[in-house]
Design a protein around this ligand. Structure first.
Ligand SMILES: Nc1ncnc2c1ncn2[C@@H]1O[C@H](COP(=O)(O)OP(=O)(O)O)[C@@H](O)[C@H]1O
Ligand SMILES: CC(=O)OP(=O)(O)O
Ligand SMILES: [Mg+2]
Length: 404
């Protein structure tokens, strides 16, 4: 069975086509700058060394998906026709309180995603566009939604409520939801394979450090707390997002700078974080390079970023009354030995002993602490797309009309 997995952003789209249950990736690709004259589509088929790319005018997600289907079924030679796509799985960022699990897409589920647009205005509209465009391009093909928020629905109320008037939760669902759940679920599910212990008896702190970044406390296999909140802005410092700030800054800065609410929100989401402090970039590779060349502002940005992640780790050790496994994942977490070392060098009070060689030189899924360490530190490359393909396979296999 071939399953197409889609991650639709506001101006981008990432996709992978899986052959299931073998879990073989037949083709992976992405389109950037959707809505412009020079949208860029890059893709790579299984076994191919380099990657192919084309630029063309792509005005919306429907056109983008038509091009994906055209590449998958014709240009790349991966499939012969669209008939060979058995199901589609979508990353949906905000599922609100309705979804603790992935779900087949029905009109009711789509309405629920629409209802949550207000809670994730940057993400959910693009996810819905992708779903509707796919319905038009592949009518009748079953589709599933896999929610970033679902894994964190296990948080208890004392962790997910804000200490503000309770009526706001009742009236408007103002609470913490948490994100990157598909990634935290995937990487924590890999822990038993690495440490040979039962996840049900482990306290795990999972650091998903990519463009967006979040830390999760996972106890007995379930998320008990996580750093992102009602939106993906709360928590640690990120590439361009501030993470936690004093809420009074809004009133003060808006008055001083004459900013409207939307402008203030845009400042926190797009002009803050590593980018805001360094004045250079939100990309950790550029910050690391500039820091090495002596840029004081990039060094400051790096130190703040590391410190704010470490504070959350400390908080979650306290929250769970201990930690057995500390794991790093996503673009920065997987690829920055420097960040991992700086974090771990300041956690020795936990009895944590990093293995410098394994941290610097190893590749892929691995333990990077010494055998004597009281906390096992791991790097586990995330694979949200595989998780989405697996959930979609399970969901469509249960369909009565299922014939493929
Ligand atoms: N070798 C590396 N060293 C440090 N940071 C890296 C490296 N490779 C990628 N990154 C960082 O990973 C981030 C992107 O992470 P990713 O998980 O792909 O994000 P997203 O899925 O949110 O777009 C960027 O900030 C990028 O700089
Ligand atoms: C929810 C979220 O922050 O996602 P991303 O890291 O892909 O921006
Ligand atoms: Mg990501």
């Amino acid at each position: 069975m071939n399953i197409l997995v889609l991650n639709c952003g506001s101006s981008s789209l990432k996709y992978q086509l899986f052959r299931m249950p073998e879990e073989q990736v037949l083709i992976r690709g992405g389109i950037e700058k959707i809505g412009s004259e020079d949208a860029l589509h890059t893709y790579k088929t299984d076994g191919q060394d380099g990657q192919d790319q084309t630029t063309s005018q792509i005005l919306d997600h429907r056109e983008a998906l038509q091009q994906v289907i055209e590449v998958v079924t014709h240009r790349s030679g991966v499939l012969q026709s669209v008939e060979e796509i058995a199901a589609v799985g979508h990353r949906v960022v905000h599922g609100g309180e309705q979804f603790a699990l992935s779900s087949l897409l029905t009109d009711e589920v789509k309405r629920a995603i629409q209802d949550n647009v207000e809670l994730a205005p940057l993400h959910n509209p693009a996810n819905l566009q992708g779903i509707e465009a796919m319905e038009a391009v592949l009518p009748g093909v079953p589709q599933a939604a896999v929610f970033d928020t679902a894994f964190h629905q296990s948080m208890p109320p004392e962790h997910y409520l804000y200490p503000i008037p309770y009526v706001l939760y009742k009236r408007h669902k103002v609470r913490r939801y948490g994100f990157h759940g598909t990634s935290h679920r995937y990487v924590s599910s890999r822990v038993p394979y690495l440490v040979h212990r039962d996840l049900m008896n482990l306290k795990v702190i999972s650091c998903h450090i990519g463009n967006g970044a979040s830390v999760a406390a996972i106890q007995n296999g379930r998320s008990t707390d996580t750093s992102m909140g009602m939106t993906p802005l709360e928590g640690v410092m990120m590439g361009t997002r501030s993470g936690d700030i004093d809420p009074s800054l809004q009133e003060y800065i808006s008055r001083k700078e004459g900013l409207a609410a939307a402008e203030f929100s845009s400042m926190l989401n797009k002009h803050s974080g590593l980018y805001g402090i360094s004045g250079l970039s939100g990309d950790m590779r550029k910050i690391t390079e500039a820091r090495a060349k002596g840029s004081a502002r990039s060094a400051l940005a790096f130190d703040m970023y590391e410190y704010r992640i470490r504070k959350y780790i400390g908080a979650y050790v306290a929250a769970m009354n201990g930690v057995d496994v500390l794991l790093f994942t996503a673009g920065v977490g997987e690829n920055s030995p420097l960040l991992r070392r700086k974090i771990c060098d300041n956690l020795t009070y936990l009895g944590l002993e990093l293995d410098p060689q394994a941290n610097d030189q190893g590749k892929g899924e691995r333990i990077i602490s010494l055998p004597t360490s009281r906390v096992t530190v791991c790097v586990i490359p995330t694979n949200e797309e595989l998780m989405i393909a697996r959930d979609t396979q399970v969901l469509v296999s249960g369909l009565e009309s299922w014939e493929k």
